[in-house]
Design a binder for this molecule. Sequence first.
Ligand code: SF4
Ligand code: SF4
Ligand code: MG
Length: 722
Amino acid sequence: LYLDIKAAYYGKENAPVIVGGRYGLSSKDVDPAQMIAIYENLNLDTPKNGFTVGIIDDVSFTSLPVGEKISLSDSDCIECLFYGLGADGTVGANKNSIKIIGDKTDLYAQAYFAYDSKKSGGYTRSHLRFGKKPIRSTYLVSNPHFIACSVAAYLDIYDVVDGLRDGGTFLLNSIWDAQKTVEKIPNRVKRILAQKNANFYILNATKLAYEIGLGNRTNTIMQSAFFKLSGIINYEEAQKYMKEYAYKTYHKKGDKIVEMNYKAIDEGASELVKIEIDPSWINLKDEIKEDKYKGSSFVENIVKPMNAARGDSLPVSAFVGYEDGSFESGTTEFEKRGVGVMVPKWIGENCIQCNQCAFVCPHAVIRPFLIDENEMSNAPQGVKDKAIDAKGKELAGLKYKIQVSPLDCTGCELCAHECPSKEKSLVMVPLNGEIEKGEQENADYLFKKVVYKDDLVNKQSVKGSGFAQPLFEFHGACPGCGETPYITLVTRLFGEQLMVANATGCSSIYGGSAPSSPYRKSNKTGNGVAWANSLFEDNAEFGMGMKIATATIRHRVENIMLNTKDKAPNAIAALYNDWLANKEDRLVTQSIRDTLVPLLEANQDIQGAKELLSLKQYIAKKSQWIIGGDGWAYDIGYGGLDHVLASGENVNVLVLDTEVYSNTGGQSSKSSRSGSVAQFSASGKSVQKKDLGQISMTYGNIFVAQINLNASQANVIKAITA
Ligand code: SF4
Ligand code: SF4
Ligand code: MG
């Protein structure tokens, strides 16, 4: 593109020097309309110098005006767009469709897949093109003939049908019948379908996948419907090919999985229902929907548009005030993705109040609450009806309820499996039923308005830790993730005093991918976890740097107190003395801070008060954690980790050891066991697993524990709080 600009410049007599533009998008996203805008700029008598395109720069006004979107495809080229749910198999099925068309027909094919950064349950788009001539187009499809959407809720969030061509086809996976689907989908969508004279089909792939045993993997069903509707190849032949490719994809997983996919291919298309488009939909006005989850201006103006895949259209002015790149924490609270098809329902009379469900939930979605009389009187009726008396004399007079936040649940079933009560207290039921019964309102009230009473039962127990507010919630890890319950527990135990250096890997992706931040502030104090991600190769050093920086600043706090305590008023001097005697005690320093800060604010004129206030977040002792996977700890970051461990610094290291590189596709690491088959050790790993624990123990001053919450939950807590 840059060369093209130069050529245009050299071709023009007496043209001013064009230094070149900053092109706002990478080549995969090149929009022909934007390229035209660049040439039109060059054609002006006084072209804009140092321009931007594809970015609405309403601050320094460098953007070029861009015209209507145009398609560069040949007229006989079929363009398709598929919206899928991360890990539902849509992308895999589309890869197979493109291979079928490429291999079995004389059509040319092109495919491009776009994902968000959720490990699972995110949002995927597959851009597919087929044509008789070689395809020389951009990758993104913006004007499709065919659109398929695997999640009905996307119609409320994303601009799914906007680009559909006149007379195009829209296929929706809908859990409702035709009449209910029409009632449920937004007016905006109906209006566009009418404007475009669309062919509108629905299919209950969710129900069918469940019946067949495929869980949430609706992919082959939707694929079968695509071949039926698109008519690109004869449907009977397509079925044969789909099975051939399903075999290739799934045969390693066993005959049962292959058979289920065959069934999905056979039955998928037969369930299609055509919905007649009512021409009067063209006049429908948008409904006014109340947004129950309003956030700060950062959430409303940056996070929500980004989550709705409209981040590209944010003007530069939206970021004024955030120029340093910092993001607000706790933004996952506003996602309410509703990706769990089945969610747990609590049966209070069977519950033994052990809080184990909350302990194992990877997403901090199910929580026990202790509710006092006043909180009870303001609670929604659903809470009043279902809460039971809390067991134990220390909880006398309080009500107890296990609360699920259905729209944040991934439906992993871990809680229901874990529940030890004789009669089941947790059963999996359809998400929609729970929403209709008001469980989300109950969750919104309890999660936000009820005080987390974490000081009544010993916090260093499964039951006690469950009552603490988790400061890590609703992240994009896979359903049933085996890593995240440990992190949730660490946040419950160390709360706002937690500082985390996080190595790149799964834990950094679900830990913070713009605009999602699952680490949050505590309801009680308004302070939260400090979290930052560093590279694979230097995370341990990064964490040690945090630790040393904190220690240095706390040393300043100490000096101010030592130098000024003799002149300070008695109440303040007493607190200084108390702090100096206990400065390494987390709980004591936190409680001193809570009393001291208001006193200093009221006495800002005393010597050192202002400086101390500027350092107030360091008055309480921090708990420094260094977190990462085995790819970091055993392999790439090992040298640094060894250095930090040998240094004797008081830091906590949590290695989430999955014995492969989980984030990048399961490559063998030095933690993989001998004989294990992984990428790069296809015939079994030849050397044994490195023993990081043993190596660390040789230093003599390191407490080493190998923990697993399936083995002993009590030991996990003991080790983490040691
Ligand atoms: Fe948590 Fe999974 Fe239970 Fe949902 S089903 S509440 S995500 S453990
Ligand atoms: Fe109740 Fe079961 Fe949760 Fe224990 S695990 S608190 S018995 S619902
Ligand atoms: Mg790993």
